[in-house]
Design a protein around this ligand. Structure first.
Ligand code: LLP
Length: 417
């Protein structure tokens, strides 16, 4: 992001992560491998935290963006909260040191078991997505002899102006409840004695590159929260979700400071604690996928660079048409050529880049696929019986494997013949 110093840069023309040569990591761990900069993650979080300092706030990292336990631990130790969307994320975040009172639980389809675990943990809030969910949380809290804290996720019908697959705040999306029904749902909750209706939340989408839709969301939420507080509900938090985008490559997006500067005027006068749920903007630029060139070939004048990473490692290019910068780890040679960078998987949609202007590369070269720290490994699969990549964290001048490469045995372990 804007003004970031940590992360991926060249030293003596070799691409490094915080000064550690990527070639060294590839030699030690093999490829494909995800590499993350701890310093960069720390910096992104801290900048959000500082930029929001004028108001009471909590930055709840959206765990889904990158759910490595080492990254959870790092963020928990810095004082971050977590936004979780499954029982698995809840458990992993609690085990990694996020205190329950810093955890919010989002998601449109929470199961009975997930509700049970969230109530038992005593989390900061369930972001409830329907009246039926509130009823279920109340019943479970009653069973446990507890009172659960609930925020209502509203759908404000605001266009985040992003890819339709990751737009969540439009009236036709499945998320939240129509903001026009919020008061009625709060009133209806008065019959429940085991929930405290402590907040309102919205998340209008991801990869948002302008502030206007986020500002409008903040305004709507604060106004709703004030109204509800006036009706006697114990409102404490206004959660404006995540969504701050990271543009491709070197382009500078909105910085954490610009994001906060745009939102603060709408939040500063309110008495509520402000929660945000950033995922991508904390980890995307902090990560790269390192892959080796297996073949370079031409078909009817079209050049293909075949790498050992495929769509099972990084799904974003085929799924969203996402453009990830790709550069050779060693200094570029010769003139650039137009090429498709493709994986080994048996699908035409298996590409990392299409029609990309690339420096000359040869068999055996290492390529670094940038902006891959968010929704990269997290969305990886074992398609084509491929083991998922290793993950490495660069910190304190060195690096360590935070998830080893899967083996064939890992893949067959759960099978019964
Ligand atoms: N809060 C909620 C309730 C969410 O659903 C999400 C993301 C976030 C926070 C974090 O949003 P972020 O700050 O990362 O934009 N797989 C897609 C992104 C899907 C995002 C889903 N929800 C991608 O690779 O672009």
């Amino acid at each position: 992001m804007h003004g970031t110093v940590a992360g991926f840069f060249r030293e003596k023309e070799e691409l490094t992560c915080d000064g550690v040569p990527l070639s060294e990591i590839a030699r030690a761990v093999g490829t494909p491998v995800y590499v993350y900069s701890a310093t960069s993650i720390e910096e992104s979080f801290t900048r959000f935290d500082r930029a929001l300092a004028p108001v009471p706030h909590l930055v709840c990292y959206a765990a889904k963006a990158n759910s490595s336990l080492a990254i959870f631990k790092l963020l928990a130790s810095l004082g971050a909260g977590a936004d979780v969307v499954s029982g698995g994320e809840l458990r992993a975040c609690l085990a990694s040191g996020f205190p329950a009172e810093r955890v919010v639980f989002s998601g449109v389809g929470k199961t009975d078991l997930e509700i049970r675990d969230g109530v038992a943990a005593g989390i900061l809030a369930f972001n409830a997505e329907s009246d039926r969910e509130i009823e279920k949380i109340d019943a479970e809290a009653s069973r446990q002899g507890r009172k659960a804290r609930v925020a209502l996720r509203v759908n404000p019908d605001i266009d985040a102006k992003t890819h339709p697959y990751i737009s969540t705040g439009l009236a036709h999306n499945k998320f939240g409840v129509d903001i026009g029904r919020a008061r009625e749902i709060f009133e209806g909750s008065r019959r429940f004695f085991h929930v405290a209706m402590t907040g309102v939340q919205a998340h209008i989408g991801s990869q948002i590159l302008e502030t206007a839709p986020l500002e409008e969301t903040a305004r709507e939420l604060v106004s709703l929260a004030s109204d509800l507080a006036g009706r006697g509900f114990p409102i404490e938090t206004v959660d404006i979700g995540g969504g701050l985008g990271v543009p491709s490559g070197r382009a500078e997006g909105l910085s954490q400071e610009q994001y906060a500067a745009a939102l603060l005027p709408h939040l500063a006068a309110s008495p509520f604690r402000i929660l945000i749920e950033p995922g991508r903007s904390i980890v995307a630029r902090a990560g790269a996928l390192l892959t080796r060139v297996l073949y370079v070939k031409e078909n009817r004048g079209r050049r293909f660079i075949v790498t050992d990473a495929g769509m099972n490692d990084l799904l974003r290019p085929p799924l969203y048409g996402a453009i990830h910068p790709i550069e050779p780890v060693s200094p570029a040679r010769g003139q650039t050529v137009t090429a498709d960078v493709v994986g080994p998987i048996c699908e035409t949609s298996d590409f990392l880049a299409r029609d990309r202007e690339m420096p000359q590369v040869a068999e055996g070269d290492l390529l670094s696929v940038g902006d891959a720290g968010a929704y990269g490994f997290a969305m990886a699969s074992n398609y084509n019986f491929r083991p998922r990549a290793a993950e490495v964290l660069v910190e304190a001048g060195g690096f360590r494997t935070i998830r080893r490469r899967e083996t064939f045995e890992d893949l067959v372990r759960l099978e019964a013949e």
